[in-house]
Every structure is written in C-alpha cells, then in structure tokens.
Design a protein around this ligand. Structure first.
Ligand code: FE2
Length: 365
C-alpha cells in the first residue's frame, strides 16, 4: 500500500513495482490509509511523512499500536534528510526508510527484503495458530481417552462388586441403588463433591470381601451359628485387605467403607466395635443405605418390606445402630431415596443367578 497525498508520487512508485508482479494499492492520505488498511491487509506499507491532517508519524503510531496491524512492515518515504525525522520514525515503529526521489533499484530491494520478513512473520503466526489448533485437538483426544478409561474402571468396579455378591444377591441392582443413595445422603450431609463422587464409586465395593466367605456360610439355608457368624463378619476385614494400599482416592475410600459399614453408633457393630464419630462418615452413611436397600429387597427367605416398615426400622436404629445425623438426613430425603430405589429397580442389568439363600438382611442389620 502506497500512502502519499501527491498523485504523481503514488503513480511513480506504482509504476516501479507493478512490473515486478506486485499488487499495489494506494491511499491518498493518512486517514484514507487507516480506513482501508484493515480491509486490504497489505503485506507492506510505503508511507509518506509530510501529509495534510495526519502526518506519516501519526499514522505509523496508530498502525503499530494496533495488534492486528503491528506486524505489517512500514517504509517511510521522505524528501527530508533530517536525521531527527529518521529517529522519530524509528521511535514510532517504522521498519525502514527511503529518500525521495526514490531510486527504483533501491525501492525494489527494500520491498523484496521486507516482504520476506513479512512472509516469515505470517508463517510464524500461522504456525502458532496451527500448533494451538493441534494442541486443542490433542487435549480433546486425551480428555476423551481419560473419560473412557474412567468409565472402564468404574464399570470394572461394578462388575467386580457384582462378582462378590453373585452368590447371595438377587440382582446387581442392590449395589446400584445403595451407591446412589449413599452419595445422595453424603451430598445432603454437606460433604464436598469430590468425596460425594468417591462415595458413589466406592460404596458398591462394601461387600467385596464376601468373596472370601465359604459358600456353606454365605448361602446357608438357615440361621448361622456363632462360629459361622464370626466367619461371616470377616467379610469386612477381607474387603479391607482386598482394597488396601491403593493410591486411588475412591479405592482408599472403598477400603474404609468395606471395613466400617457394619460398625454401629453405639459400639455394638463389627469388626472393631468403633463408637460414634470414631466410625468414618462414609461407613456411617453406607450403613444406612445398605440396610435400607436390604430391607426393601425381596429375598428367598423374606418378602420385601414396605417403605414404611423399612423407614420404621431405620428410625428405631437412630443413635443405636445409626448415626443420628445420617438418619435425620435420611428421613428428610425419603422422597428422593424412594426415587433412587425405584429407578434402580427399573433398570435392566444382567440378572445374576440367585442362589438358594442369603443372610443379607440379617447380617446387614
Ligand atoms: Fe456387608
């Protein structure tokens, strides 16, 4: 873009450059240049200094302070020999000078070299944009891979938990329902969202230690004797051992839940007889959700209890079996709890072959 208020000067420069194959556009003064430069986006500006209204310095100042235009090289073309003007031109950001009358060879040489610089700058800008696009693309790929991996590990946990309950549960719905209820109660108790999510994923593993209980006890058709009960209670310890030593947050919490979901508020629970707040909160929450789910479920040896009967039993356990605070939140959440329960029942999960018997309701209570 040739910016000059003298038509003859514009024509002269145009005539020198056009035969070289350059596309030349002109602006009749500084204001015209500022108006048109953004639509033309020239690769180089040849700027006269002495112009009416805005002089060359003022125009260059504006161009160089505009982020979009600052990389366009500017050659100041002037009749002035004054060193002061050259210094000023440099200060406002001009890239080079030409003296009038313009020498054709010199003009072409300057134009050629500055266009090279411009081409290099354009390349770098494009390269950076391409890199940014590529990084954004790869970030998305990584995020998707991460989500898939997370889904895969969660599904594995659910299936592992089902494997542990395979012999003594009707369906996989128990772990779905009780984990959602546990997470909901945790949220209403004010636990932070990270812990709530961990409870959702960790609680299905609460009975994973049943895998270590002999079938003759796990599926016994009738009440357990003292010795059998002692072994049955070991499922908490086994679960803790299966899950211990992990660096993964929800597996660590799974260990805690496996170990403490049969502890009771009054200290009469197992395996350690912890009392009150000594029982980790996650264990206290899962205790309520586990019992609720067990009582509501149909078992070979018992019909499902009604919501009312189940709620009565949990209320009766407030402060003895259960943490009073968790029971209060549970009572305040009956509509939601019932919804979680109904939804989980309606979901289609692979039906697990049920065995002849289980002691789920008994041992949960
Ligand atoms: Fe259990």
């Amino acid at each position: 873009m040739v910016v000059d208020d003298e038509i003859l000067n514009r024509k002269l420069i145009e005539a020198m450059l056009k035969p070289q194959g350059y596309e030349v556009t002109t602006a009749v003064d500084g204001e015209d240049c500022l108006v048109r430069v953004e639509e033309v986006m020239p690769d180089l500006i040849l700027m006269d200094i002495m112009m009416p209204n805005l002089n060359g310095f003022e125009v260059v100042t504006r161009l160089k302070t505009n982020e979009k235009l600052a990389l366009i090289p500017i050659v100041m073309v002037t009749a002035l020999q004054d060193v002061g003007d050259r210094v000023k031109a440099l200060e406002v950001g001009a890239d080079d000078f030409l003296t009038k009358p313009v020498d054709r060879m010199e003009l072409r040489a300057r134009v050629r070299s500055l266009l090279k610089v411009k081409a290099y700058n354009d390349h770098m800008v494009n390269y950076r944009q391409e890199l940014e696009t590529e990084v954004a693309k790869q970030t998305l790929v990584i995020a998707e891979a991460h989500a898939k991996l997370r889904d895969a590990s969660l599904e594995t946990i659910f299936r592992l938990a089902r494997a542990a309950e395979y012999k003594d549960e009707d369906t996989g719905n128990h772990i779905i329902s009780m984990s959602r209820i546990s997470a909901y109660l945790a949220e209403r108790l004010g636990l932070n969202s990270v812990v709530v999510e961990r409870i959702l994923y960790a609680s299905p593993m609460h009975d994973i230690g049943k895998i270590g209980i002999p079938d003759r006890i796990l599926t016994k058709n009738g009440p357990l004797n003292d010795e059998e009960w002692a072994i049955m209670r070991m499922h908490t310890i086994f679960g803790g051992q299966i899950l211990e030593g992990s660096d993964i947050g929800f597996l660590r919490l799974g260990e805690v839940i496996a170990l403490t979901h049969h502890e009771k508020w009054d200290g009469s629970g197992y395996p350690r007889g912890l009392v009150g707040a000594k029982i980790p909160m996650a264990g206290r929450i899962v205790a309520v959700a586990d019992v609720f789910d067990a009582l509501m479920s149909k078992r070979p040896y018992k019909p499902p209890l009604t919501m009312e009967q189940t709620v009565d039993i949990i209320r009766a356990g407030r402060g003895t079996h259960f943490d009073p605070e968790v029971v209060d939140i549970f009572m305040a959440s009956l509509a939601e709890v019932n919804k979680f329960w109904q939804t989980a029942q309606a979901e289609q999960h692979p039906v697990l072959e049920k065995s002849s018997h289980n002691l789920d309701a008994i041992h949960a209570i």
